[in-house]
Design a protein around this ligand. Structure first.
Ligand code: R5P
Length: 334
């Protein structure tokens, strides 16, 4: 691994375990920084080593507690900028505030654009993310953004399971392109799409399915599981339609509110997420059928390539998955 002393990597408090794994992959140590609070709870970040002229990477998904983690990231960027870092790459494996990416009714904000502005204004030079909720968020940044896909991690896992009678299922129209990337790797006997209608932030109504899952093993693909309303309702429909086993793969396991209970009581056989967001052992135990795969090597490889001015997209253009970077994800939401 060719990583020079010029590369410095720091982590906020959002996902230190992932940052540690990335640093181990790169064979470097995490940079020293002290995060403290003023008496009134304001945050203070102090980078405790020289970053002048360095290629700095800051690891911080903006998962819950969202405002704490976002503010910490912004202050961290400002800190590195004022310490004369040559280049600052913000590594946000999970980009929070991605849901509100357009004005779908009057008098609402476009929060994803606001967050993009804040990150760039704070002093970031580039951004690295995984499975942005909506691909168009890339255009909210006027700095380079590399949006990677967790498919190579999740897809390899399911490839190894050698599932028979496999049907890929997209739980809404937003995940159709995403599911296509898995079909390229896994093949399977068919594809089904579910017609989802979002009632409110925590409730999804599943109306009908286009496709056949009778006596099949289902693999459902989504980018994020928040309250698990979408995948649990979709899994129930698959069960009613005669599916034998139901696997679910999602990049980001937000898993908040009623998610634990919903998944535990659902017909889902196994739910597989990645560690873009930390999942506590307690939560994993409560769900009981959860597997968490690490994206540390994927991110580590991307950092290595960015640092050495090499292509990141070619990570997704290998022999196993020839058109993934084009055919993969991310055109929005429901
Ligand atoms: C929707 O477009 C997304 O891909 C997810 O399906 C959705 O955000 C998940 O939310 P929940 O788990 O609360 O249904």
């Amino acid at each position: 691994m060719k990583v020079t002393d010029n590369l410095k990597m720091f982590t906020g408090r959002a996902n230190p375990d992932l940052a540690q794994k990335i640093s181990e992959y790169l064979g470097i140590r995490l940079g020293a920084a002290k995060l403290t609070r003023f008496p009134d709870s304001e945050l203070l970040v102090k980078i405790e080593e020289d970053v002048r002229g360095r290629d700095v990477f800051l690891i911080q998904p903006t998962c819950a507690p969202v405002h704490e983690n976002l503010m910490e990231l912004l202050i961290f960027i400002d800190c590195a900028r004022r310490a004369s870092a040559e280049r600052i790459t913000v590594v946000m494996p999970y980009f929070g505030y991605a849901r509100q990416d357009r004005k779908d009714e009057g008098r609402v904000p476009i929060s994803a654009k606001l967050v993009a502005n804040m990150i760039a204004t704070a002093g970031a030079d580039r951004v690295l993310t995984i499975d942005l909720h909506a691909g168009q968020i890339q255009g909210f940044f006027d700095i380079p953004l590399d949006n990677m896909y967790a498919e190579p991690v999740l897809g390899v896992y399911f490839d190894q399971l050698k599932l028979q009678n496999l049907v890929l299922v997209s739980p809404d129209v937003g995940s159709v392109k995403r599911a296509r990337a898995y079909i390229q790797r896994l093949g399977g006997e068919g594809f089904a799409i579910i017609d989802k209608f979002r009632v409110n932030a925590s409730q999804a109504e599943i109306r009908q399915m286009i496709g056949d899952v009778k006596d099949k093993t289902v693999l459902m693909i989504d980018d994020v599981i928040t309250t698990a309303g979408t995948v649990c309702a979709a899994a129930q429909l698959c069960k009613t339609e005669g599916a034998e086993k139901i696997y679910v793969a999602a990049t980001h396991g937000v898993l908040c509110g009623p998610a634990v209970e919903r998944i535990r009581n659902s017909p889902i056989t196994e739910l597989v997420v990645t560690d873009t967001i930390p999942v506590s052992q307690e939560k994993a135990d409560a769900i009981g059928k959860l597997k968490v795969l690490s994206v540390a090597e994927l991110i580590g490889e991307a950092i290595h390539r960015i640092h050495n001015d090499q292509s990141v997209s070619s990570l997704f253009l290998n022999g196993q998955r020839p058109t993934a970077a084009r055919g993969a994800p991310n055109s929005g939401d429901e």
